[in-house]
Design a protein around this ligand. Structure first.
Ligand code: SAH
Ligand code: SF4
Ligand code: F3S
Length: 444
């Protein structure tokens, strides 16, 4: 039996799909080369914005055509979209060819759910209302051999007023530091060089554990893992980013100098309505502290425009912050109503054409800044983890800088999995180009 998994949404979902793949492999399934070869297709969904949901329904429509030609094909839908209240009925209605629906809290039950499906020969729906305990030791089939995602905590307690994630991912639950360290050591033994620690808000890591611990201590612990070259993490909330955390990162050997700090808005009024728990002044001071302590820090962000009640003046505050902070790059979003969240009920929704105008302006300005920041790296020497041939430029190799910028350079087959110094020679919007600085031939 062959399977295929289609994954939407954030890294958390991508990591979940690796667990789904691991569970299927342990049942004897093998990965299908092509979607049309699959006997089982699982769609791991996202619902953070409507556009994600629409794309998923589009894919479900295509799968229907496949299933018409191949009636024994089993189609499953899981993840955040399935976890929303009433979602299972909606999916069954819009896509009656779906055989199996499960949520974010019971993905480890996939083998049992498939067995149930074989026995009953009718659709199986199982969504757990609430999150359970963290489950350790589930198998995983990782996508990449050099870089791995490691979930350190599940859920989110922040309830930003626009966001659906806390409703579909449950409350914050941290994994024990020793379990995380064990997983990282096992990965390193298998050849992994870089881990990205995952959580919706990694800086509240460990508060729920007994005894409690914190994210800074976890970083210190993982920094000592021999053979591991790099540690990344995502996402950190600006509110909980402590001075101690900055100091630990500055002193660490392996934690990369990339700070993804979603600001969301530059107006204090809007930040308050979003329930973000910080002001623009606090945020800008945090950025300054980071830049003072971590040379070469790359600061990236997420921004939402058109949040309910956002006036021209509020938007100008966001643009002002963007110009002042000068982010290395930004993910920019148009506010999208998510039903069940407080912002969806706010009366002063911003008209679509105003949102469109604002996002166009924001993207234009940020693109210019991104290019300027990249151009400023030309002539510098960056540490790059060599990954291998670049997908779109087969004559080149690629890798990333500590600041997480993609660099293309001439092939270095002997250096895959190693960090090499690369002199940056050119910069574009989406990537840099460089020349590796290799030791002299005669040198040992
Ligand atoms: N936990 C992470 C990311 C969550 S979702 C964090 O707090 O940073 C990723 C991004 O999607 C968010 O940072 C936000 O910018 C955006 N987003 C979330 N809900 C949204 C909505 N309803 N409309 C538009 N963008 C949204
Ligand atoms: Fe959503 Fe806010 Fe939690 Fe991020 S911190 S997942 S934006 S509620
Ligand atoms: Fe989407 Fe769920 Fe991630 S809603 S962004 S896949 S946590």
């Amino acid at each position: 039996m062959r399977y295929s998994i289609l994954t939407f949404g954030c890294q958390m979902n991508q990591r979940d799909s690796e667990t789904l793949a691991g569970l299927l492999a342990s049942m004897g399934y093998i990965r299908a080369e092509k979607l049309s070869d699959a006997d089982l297709v699982i769609v791991n969904t996202c619902c953070v914005r409507e556009s994600a949901e629409n794309r998923i329904y589009g894919h479900l429509g295509e799968l229907k055509n496949l299933k018409n030609r191949k009636p024994h094909m089993v189609i499953g839908v899981c993840g955040c979209m399935a976890q929303q209240p009433g979602a299972a009925e909606k999916i069954r209605q819009r896509a009656p060819h779906v055989d199996l629906i499960f949520g974010t809290h019971n993905l480890h039950r996939l083998p049992e759910l498939l067995r149930k499906l074989w026995e009953k020969r009718e659709p199986v729906v199982e969504i757990w209302e609430s999150d359970g305990d963290v489950i350790e030791n589930l198998p995983a089939l990782r996508e990449d051999s050099l870089k791995a995602w490691v979930t350190i905590m599940y859920g989110c307690n922040n309830f930003c007023t626009y966001c659906i994630v806390p409703y579909v991912r449950g409350r914050e639950r941290s994994r024990r530091p020793e379990d995380i360290e064990r997983e990282v050591r096992e990965l390193v033994e298998k050849g992994v060089k870089e881990v990205t620690l995952l959580g919706q808000n990694v800086n509240s890591y460990g508060k729920d554990l007994d005894p409690p611990t914190d994210f800074a201590s976890l970083l210190e612990r993982l920094d000592r893992v021999e053979g591991l070259l790099r540690i990344r993490y995502t996402t950190s909330h600006p509110r909980d980013f402590t001075d101690r955390l900055i100091d630990v990162i500055a002193a660490s050997k392996k934690v990369c100098e990339n700070f993804h700090l979603p600001v969301q808005a530059g107006s204090n009024r809007i930040l308050e309505r979003m329930n973000r728990g910080y002001t623009r002044e606090y945020y800008m001071e945090l950025v300054e502290k980071i830049r003072a302590k971590v040379p070469g820090a790359a600061i990236t962000t997420d921004i939402i425009v058109g949040f309910p009640g956002e006036t021209e003046e509020d938007f100008a505050d966001t643009m002002d912050l963007v110009e002042k902070v000068r982010f290395d790059s930004a993910f920019t979003f148009v506010y999208n109503k998510r039903s069940g969240t407080p912002a969806a009920e706010m009366p002063d929704q911003v008209p679509a054409e105003v949102k469109r105008k604002r996002i166009t302006h924001l993207v234009e300005v940020q693109n210019r800044i991104t290019l300027e920041k990249n151009l400023a790296e030309v002539g510098t020497v960056q540490e790059v983890l060599v990954e291998g041939p670049a997908e779109k430029h087969p004559d080149k190799y690629c890798g990333r800088t500590g600041g997480n910028k993609l660099v293309f350079f001439p092939p270095l087959p002997d250096k895959v999995g190693q960090i090499v110094p690369v002199r940056i020679t050119a910069a574009k919007m989406w990537n840099l180009e460089g020349e590796p600085l290799l030791a002299d031939e005669g040198e040992k």
